[in-house]
Write a new protein. Sequence first.
Length: 411
Amino acid sequence: MKKSLKTLFSAACLGLCAGALAPEAALAHGEKALEPFVRMRTIQWYDVAWSKAKLNVNEEVVITGRFHVNADWPRGVAQPDATYLNVSAPGPVFIRTERYLNGQSSVSSSALKLGGDYDFKIVMKARIPGRFHLHPFVNLHDAGSVVGPGQWMEVEGDASAFTNQIKTLDGSLIDMETYGLANGVAWHGFWIAIGSAWLLWWVRRPLFIPRYKMLHAGQEASLVSPLDRMIGAAIIFAVPMIVFGANFVTDLRYPNAIPLQAAMDQIDPLPPAVDVGAVQVKIQRAEYNVPARAMIMTALLHNGSDHPVRVGEFATANVRFRNPAVIQPPQGEGAVLAAREGLSIDTADPVAPGETRTIRITAEDSLWQRERLDGLIRDADTRMGGLLFLYDTAGQRYVSTVSAPVIPKFY
Ligand SMILES: [Cu+2]
């Protein structure tokens, strides 16, 4: 009985280990993992576009787009004093060759200003063939990464054809794929060998309990032999000599080396692009209807422009609720997360020039649930945020931030 239990237990353990170790294709990478209020109220992405979705190894793709840093930043999230714009990918399948923030070439982290508008451009070169889901994202220090809209990229060709040559500051051409690799492997091997040898030297002798017993029996003098002391002294002397000697040789060979940079880039926001212009929106009440999966916003809209204005889109956490009644410029990106008929307004009439009107905006789609944004109502910070896109009859676009506490409606 006992034996069969043991066998059963071993089999279960083995099964668990096999399950944990067997590789499985990942279909998502945590896009929905962050709390809804972080995704909705920190970095608000829009106008993100990819120059292509299919390319060959060595070809480049350009990602452009904008983001608004929400002024109604959640209290529970660290301020964006150190942030890094990057692209998430399943491993080193692309390399990033250029990155610009507000037109400035940038390689370091930077601070973002609350309420600021930013424009970015990232150039990437395909390295490994396959089909990958990529996202631009902003890493927030102490908070996590807020991902932008994703895009499937298909890379064709041969991985061995990939080249990554750069010209260093002294003019020599190096291949980044292999540069310094042998040196790195050799140094790792060398230190692993020394460390393992020293460990083995002690492990081959009687270990803890025999040594403990000898200590108690007053035989501690025989625990460490004169040879042990000699080897110990040699290591104390040799290891610093090797480190300083190698450093000296490296300095001689590369006299013009610069250390890894730890400074922050100082990048000012663009002239404001959100909440400016003649159209103003103020959310007076927001209610989330749980069974209908609908956010109902009551908004006071003032149209100070010369043309009638209508609400075309509400975007939050990469989900886009679009009003089919309003003609809008086509946007290819993130099509999966677009609710093409998800936005409706209580009145079909546009808001006339000079008019101030209270309207009811309803963003309704199962995407609230599928993207796990409906979890908002169970957060300690039940405020929602997003961007509202309004269009006048002349095609002019106005972008407005939305920010309001949400009242859940369970039935
Ligand atoms: Cu993804």
